[in-house]
Design a protein. Structure first.
Length: 341
C-alpha cells in the first residue's frame, strides 16, 4: 500500500470520528463538516510527516539495501538505483526472497565446509599410509641390509611401490587442481570415438584377462562416431571407467561399451555386470577419495581420484556424466560428447 493511501485512510478515520463526536454534542451538520474538514487536513499533514520521517523513510532504506544486496554490485551499477513505488508491500517479499537465498547460501557453505573437512582428513590418511609404510621398510632395510641382502631387496621393492603410490596420488591431485582452475587447456580435435574405444580396450586386455573379464562393444559399429573433444583426455576418461569396472566388477564378468546417437551429441555407456552399488552411495560417487568400502578399495589399489578426474574432464568439455546401478546386476556410467561439425 502506498504511503499517501495509508495516510488518507488513517486521516479519514480520525476526521470521521471527531466529526461524529461533534455532531453528537452540537447536533449540527454544519459544525460536523467543519470539524471533519479541519480534522482531516490536520491529521493528513501530521500523519504524513510522522510516517514519512520516522517509518516510511526507514522502510525505503531497508528495502533499498536488501534489493541492492540481492542484485550484487555489478547488476546494481548496470541498472542504477531502484526505488519501489510501494516499498511497504515490496519489502516483505524482498525480505522473504533474500532470507531464502541466504539460507540456501548458508546450507551450501556448511556442505562445503563438511566436504573440506572430509577432504583434508582423506588426504592426510592417503598420504600417511604409504609414508608410514616407506618409513617401516626403510628401518627394516637398515637392519638387514648386510645380514640378509635378499630380504633387503624385497623391502626395497615394497618401499618403491609405496613411493609410486605417492607419486600417482600427487599427480592425480595436481591434475584435478589444474582442471578446476582451467590451467590444463582442452585441445579440441575431430576424431572417431569408435576407434579410440577399440584402442583403449585392446590396451587393457591384459588387465582384463587377469580377472577373466571380457571387454566388448554391445553393438557392431561399422560407421565412425566423429566427436569434437580432447582425444587424450577422453582416452583417460575411458581408461578410468574401464579400470573401475575391472577393479569392482566380478571375476568371469564382462564390461561393455555402447554408443547412442542423439541430436547433436553422442551418449556413451560403460556397463559392467558386477555386484553393483547401493543407491544411497551414488550421489557421492564422484567425490575425491570417496570410497564405499574403504578396506576393499585400498586392497585393490588406486588413489581414489579416478572418478573425480573423469567428472572434471567432462565438465571441462561442458559435458555431463551420470551413473546408475542395481545391486547384484551391475553398474553403468554414461557420459556425453559433442558431435563434430
Amino acid at each position: 500500500m502506498k504511503l499517501s493511501v495509508l495516510v488518507t485512510i488513517t486521516a479519514l478515520a480520525v476526521a470521521l470520528s471527531i466529526g461524529l463526536v461533534n455532531y453528537h454534542f452540537q447536533n449540527s451538520w454544519y459544525y460536523m463538516m467543519i470539524s471533519f474538514g479541519i480534522s482531516f487536513v490536520t491529521s493528513f499533514i501530521v500523519f504524513y510527516y510522522l510516517l514519512e520521517k520516522y517509518i516510511y523513510s526507514k522502510v525505503k532504506l531497508i528495502y533499498k539495501l536488501i534489493h541492492n544486496l540481492k542484485l550484487g554490485k555489478d547488476l546494481k551499477d548496470a541498472l542504477g538505483e531502484y526505488v519501489s513505488n510501494d516499498p511497504i508491500n515490496d519489502v516483505e517479499q524482498e525480505v522473504k526472497e533474500w532470507a531464502g537465498a541466504k539460507k540456501l547460501e548458508i546450507d551450501v557453505l556448511k556442505n562445503q565446509e563438511q566436504f573440506r573437512r572430509e577432504f583434508l582428513s582423506n588426504v592426510s590418511h592417503e598420504f600417511k599410509t604409504p609414508l608410514f609404510a616407506i618409513q617401516g621398510y626403510i628401518e627394516a632395510l637398515e637392519d638387514c641390509m648386510y645380514d640378509d641382502p635378499e630380504r633387503a631387496e624385497k623391502f626395497l621393492k615394497k618401499a618403491q611401490k609405496n613411493v609410486d603410490r605417492l607419486s600417482f596420488l600427487v599427480t592425480d591431485l595436481d591434475s584435478i587442481s589444474k582442471l578446476e582452475t582451467g590451467e590444463i587447456p582442452i585441445n579440441y580435435e575431430k576424431f572417431d570415438f569408435v576407434l579410440l574405444a577399440k584402442e583403449v580396450m585392446e590396451s587393457m586386455e591384459d588387465k582384463a584377462k587377469i580377472k577373466n573379464v571380457k571387454l566388448f562393444f554391445k553393438e557392431k559399429y561399422t560407421h565412425p562416431a566423429m566427436v569434437s573433444a580432447d582425444r587424450e583426455k577422453i582416452r583417460q576418461v575411458l581408461v578410468n571407467l574401464i579400470q573401475n569396472s575391472l577393479k569392482y566388477g566380478k571375476d568371469n564378468g564382462s564390461t561393455a561399451v555402447k554408443i547412442f546417437e542423439l541430436h547433436d551429441q553422442y551418449l556413451i555407456e560403460v556397463t559392467d555386470d558386477g555386484i553393483g552399488i547401493d543407491e544411497k552411495y551414488l550421489p557421492r560417487l564422484f567425490e575425491r577419495f570417496y570410497r564405499i568400502d574403504s578396506h576393499r578399495s585400498r586392497e585393490i589399489g588406486g588413489t581414489g581420484l579416478g572418478l573425480a578426474i573423469v567428472k572434471h574432464i567432462l565438465e571441462a568439455h561442458q559435458q555431463i556424466i551420470s551413473v546408475r546401478s542395481t545391486q547384484q546386476i551391475g553398474t553403468t556410467f554414461a557420459f556425453t560428447l559433442a558431435k563434430a561439425s
